[in-house]
Ligand binder design. Structure first.
Ligand code: AMP
Length: 222
């Protein structure tokens, strides 16, 4: 199956990155994550990186012009389909994106707010390869999301690198990111629903929902 493009919307901590990493090999298309582009720019030590570091650290959104330029540049370098992770995040970005790309489907990943906080503050990522883990064990209210623990605490299963908490994953910053999500990003749900591009997807088992997610995507794109 040829999938040209997909976009995943969803609050911080919902698992956008984790699901994207799993469905990318399934469809054989790469991920374009603006969060990764932002973090790469910061670690490159560039003047732009220095400017956006404080914004990233506070959980606020980087300016639309900067992000749109980064996203457009990254998309131009990819031939064929790709998964957008975390872009667009504002109506202005979505309108700009319509000028240079066409989306096949937007997946709205859904989880209750208190679970998002618990999952996000318990997220750990590998400092070297970016592999994700989660220390939170959420088994209640119809949800069955066991922790994704590394075999050895603090050590990445994939490459042996150190597992760290992202600097914007503390409770205070996560709450700010969720406020920003409600104000700036949530309106995109109706924006894409009105274009008949949206599919809502309730997460109940975390990454074990992968097959159900792929079936939901196939049902809308085949
Ligand atoms: P993420 O890894 O997707 O949660 O992104 C981490 C941070 O990068 C966000 O909190 C923002 O500061 C910034 N960022 C990523 N994508 C965007 C976007 N589309 N618009 C604005 N800021 C973004």
């Amino acid at each position: 199956m040829f999938v040209r493009l997909r976009y995943r919307v969803g609050a911080p901590g919902v698992g956008k990155g984790t699901f994207a990493k799993k469905i990318s090999p399934h469809y054989g298309i790469p991920i374009m994550s603006t969060g990764d582009l932002v973090r790469n720019e910061i670690s490159s030590g560039s003047a732009l990186g220095a400017k956006i570091k404080a914004i990233n650290d506070s959980g606020n959104l980087v300016g639309d012009d900067i992000i749109v330029e980064m996203a457009e540049g990254a998309m131009k370098s990819v031939k064929g389909g790709f998964i957008l992770d975390g872009f667009p995040r504002t109506i202005a970005q979505a309108e700009a994106a319509e000028g240079f790309t066409k989306l096949d489907l937007v997946v709205n990943l859904m989880l209750p707010q208190e679970v998002l906080v618990e999952k996000t503050v318990n997220r750990r990522v590998c400092n070297d390869c970016g592999e994700g883990f989660n220390l939170a064990n959420i088994v209640r209210d119809g949800m069955d999301m066991p922790a994704l623990l590394p075999a050895v605490p603090g050590v990445c299963d994939k490459c042996g690198g150190d597992l760290v908490q992202r600097s914007d994953d503390t409770e205070e910053i996560v709450n700010n990111r969720l406020r920003v999500y409600d104000d700036e990003t949530k309106p995109l749900v109706e924006f894409y629903r009105s274009r008949n591009l949206l599919t809502d997807f309730k997460i109940v088992k975390g990454i074990a929902d992968l097959d159900r997610l792929i079936a939901a995507i196939d049902a809308r794109t085949n």
